[in-house]
Design a protein around this ligand. Structure first.
Ligand code: NAP
Length: 248
């Protein structure tokens, strides 16, 4: 049975979707969590209220993680509010899907700035705290698309592939102090991000998934909670797919 008692955890992009489920699950397992959002203040407050109604402790901090100074302030505030930081979950992400022929420079920049530079911004500011923590953990949300590529997602797949390289590098740089760095690579998970897909595309996706359904955010949260726990102290540098067998 895993528990996250005494863990202080910052989850970026946790006002909804996978990030919100990760925060709820981790809090339920005993962690004190800091939620982060860019725009959805009310949604983030709702997640905090839900956690507190279940007996947990949560804080909410607004920050656009693509901005280095805001990411620095986010990490500093989370550390101060929780009195420590054991685990950073780099979850915030967006899509701006288009075939390369139609992709604009701003589509590329926005996705790379939030999905990849945001991971650098938060990790760079959190690393000294993780190194100080006992059994510190870095958990980054990549995607199967970062491993296999996907038509219409050159920007997104490049960012998610970048996260794989970053995660494996951190696994080597931080291990001497016992910090483990792993990535989660979800397939298609039922959130607002995938709600945007047309019914045709959704049906096509399900055809490629041996389990013949989208994943649930709660299922990704279970994996993240395990990776954050002391039960995962010897898992380092892995990219774990959670995709119903799609990428097998
Ligand atoms: P989602 O439902 O669209 O939620 C995205 C979250 O990221 C929101 O909380 C959003 O906050 C936050 N966010 C966006 N831009 C931000 C910024 N600049 N600064 C801080 N927070 C920001 O997405 P999701 O489906 O849960 O995805 C979560 C992560 O899993 C992403 O990294 C995504 O790429 C990855 N992933 C998802 C799937 C999938 O099928 N859903 C598959 C593979 C990987 P606001 O509400 O305030 O904007």
């Amino acid at each position: 049975m895993i528990n996250l008692n005494d863990k202080k955890i910052l989850i970026t992009g946790s006002s909804r979707g996978i990030g919100a489920e990760i925060a709820k699950k981790m809090a339920l397992l005993g962690a004190e969590v800091t939620l982060n959002y860019a725009n959805s203040r009310t949604r983030a407050e709702e997640v905090k209220n839900e956690i507190e109604a279940a007996g947990g402790t949560a804080h909410v901090v607004q920050a656009d993680i693509s901005d280095f100074d805001q990411a620095a302030e986010l990490v500093k505030t989370a550390y101060a509010k929780m009195g420590g930081l054991n685990v950073l979950v780099n979850n915030a992400g967006i899509t701006r899907d288009k075939l390369l022929l139609r992709m604009k420079e701003e589509d590329w920049d926005q996705v790379l700035n939030i999905n990849l530079k945001g991971v650098f911004n938060c990790t760079k500011n959190a690393v000294r705290y993780l190194l100080k923590a006992e059994n510190g953990k870095l958990i980054n949300l990549s995607s199967v698309v970062g491993i296999n590529g996907n038509a219409g997602q050159a920007n997104y797949s490049a960012a998610k592939a970048g996260i794989v390289g970053f995660t494996k590098t951190m696994a080597k740089e931080l291990a001497s102090k016992g910090v483990c760095s792993n990535a989660i690579a979800p397939g298609f998970i039922d959130t607002e991000m995938t709600d945007e897909l047309s019914e045709n595309i959704k049906a096509g996706v399900i055809d490629q998934v041996p389990l013949a359904r989208f994943g649930k955010a709660e299922e990704v949260a279970d994996l993240a909670a395990f990776l954050a726990s002391d039960n995962a102290n010897y898992i380092n540098g892995e990219v774990i797919k959670i995709d119903g067998g799609m990428g097998a």
